[in-house]
Design a protein around this ligand. Structure first.
Ligand code: PLP
Length: 398
């Protein structure tokens, strides 16, 4: 007998992957320039030149050093470099002990959730949320609770959050800049969230942890600042990844950062080690630990994403589409022109316009457009968006 839970997860691929696979098939049929594929969050800008330089230099170091197992939590010097960089940039006090190198944000989150969860514990996420959270939380035997967003703007609805918090709440997961809305939580929002979690932790007599999922931390526009959450809330675990900031999604590299003042710090770091062990996520890729250690404060040139955001936002709002202007990440979350976003995406497919319906993000009635694409894809897609909108305006639906 197989695990039914695993079978179910593995036999139906995510809607994002499904649409991406359809796009690959269409590109083979009609040519890549005729398909406007906005499905996947694969960075479209190259990794900074320093990444290539680091790889080349590392290839000249003895193979038994660079390809060897590191400590389960990662190379000591790399962890120290990451801690020092965070301290410099965010006036923090991390030590190498509080840094655990991981295989990207997926592993950072899985490990963090698993380190905290006991059967039946609750984890609260804010819609719209990254769909994999469900699989990671439920995989740990815990329960996912979804807090709805404010009516406009996708900020936190604190009234709704308060209703969901309970003595069973083990952690709250925030993702800012957000996939799929592009919203960045303001300092005021983070302060208010911290205040509410502190009050409730005291009331329940046990800490509610705040897990921050931040693979898009550096991808922000117009001088927006992303508050560094550990400075506002004591019991914070930072889950980071270099997948987006260094355009290295296939290399699987990131970290968990835990400040020393977190309640039960020593036991939590041991539980993180145990969770990584349980999941087989020990010793993140050795070569890329060294690479990020050498490029720790580098970021790809995000100007291309900003140009894409502006082109798409201005173009779509001119055509009558409704969306919040993203402050960060590389997604636009647009209101579907019919209630059923899935049906809307099917209709968009007729124009080879590949969009992702929002249902799995916990926020029905929208579509996600990943604009980490070539500029010409956006320019080429505009007539298709126009024809699609016209279908709805003219009531030509059949
Ligand atoms: N969290 C969010 C919000 C994401 O968008 C992604 C990837 O797109 C991940 C986590 C997983 O990131 P990684 O590829 O580093 O595992």
């Amino acid at each position: 007998m197989l695990s039914e839970k695993c079978y179910e997860l593995g036999s139906k691929s995510s809607i994002i992957r499904e649409i991406f696979a359809f796009g690959q098939m269409r590109k083979a049929q009609v040519g890549p320039d005729q398909v406007y594929d906005f499905s996947l969050g694969n960075p479209s800008i190259p990794a900074p030149p320093s990444v290539k330089q680091a790889v080349m230099e590392l290839m000249d170091t003895p193979a038994e050093e660079v390809h060897a197992y590191t400590a389960a939590s990662g190379d000591l010097q790399v962890r120290r470099t990451v801690a020092e960089s965070l301290n410099r940039r965010f006036s923090e006090e991390f030590t190498e002990e509080g840094i655990f190198m991981t295989c990207g944000a997926a592993a950072s989150l899985n490990i963090s959730i698993r380190a905290l969860a006991n059967e039946g514990d609750e984890f609260i996420v804010f819609a719209p949320f990254f769909p994999e959270y469900r699989c990671w939380v439920e995989g740990a035997g815990a329960i996912l609770k979804v807090s709805r967003p404010e009516a406009c703007g996708f900020q936190i609805d604190f009234q709704n959050l308060e209703q969901l918090l309970s003595p069973k709440t083990k952690a709250v997961i925030v993702n800012s800049p957000n996939n799929p809305s592009g919203v960045v939580y303001s300092e005021e929002t983070i302060r208010r969230l911290a205040g509410m979690l502190e009050k409730k932790s005291k009331e329940y007599g046990s800490p509610i942890y705040l897990i921050t999922d931040e693979p898009y931390r550096e991808i922000v526009y117009d001088g927006i600042q992303v508050p560094f959450v550990t400075r506002y809330y004591r019991n914070t675990m930072v889950c980071y990844s270099y997948s987006k900031s260094l355009s290295l999604p296939g290399e699987r590299i990131g970290y968990i950062a835990v400040p020393g003042r977190v309640q039960d710090y020593k036991r939590l770091m041991a539980a993180i080690g145990g969770a990584a062990r349980m999941l087989g996520f020990v010793c993140a890729p050795s070569l890329f630990q060294q690479v990020v250690g050498r490029c720790v404060e580098e970021t790809g040139d995000i100007n291309a994403y900003k140009r894409n955001r502006d082109l798409l936002y201005e173009g779509l709002t001119r055509l009558g589409y409704t969306c919040v202007k993203p402050q960060g990440a590389f997604y636009l979350f647009v209101q579907s022109l019919e209630e059923d976003a899935y049906a809307f995406c099917q209709r968009a497919k007729n124009y080879d316009l590949l969009l992702v319906p929002s249902d799995d993000f916990g926020c029905p009635g929208y579509v996600r457009i990943a604009y980490c694409v070539a500029e010409k894809t956006i320019v080429g897609a505009m007539p298709a968006f126009e024809k699609l909108a016209k279908e709805y305006k003219q009531g030509q639906l059949c």
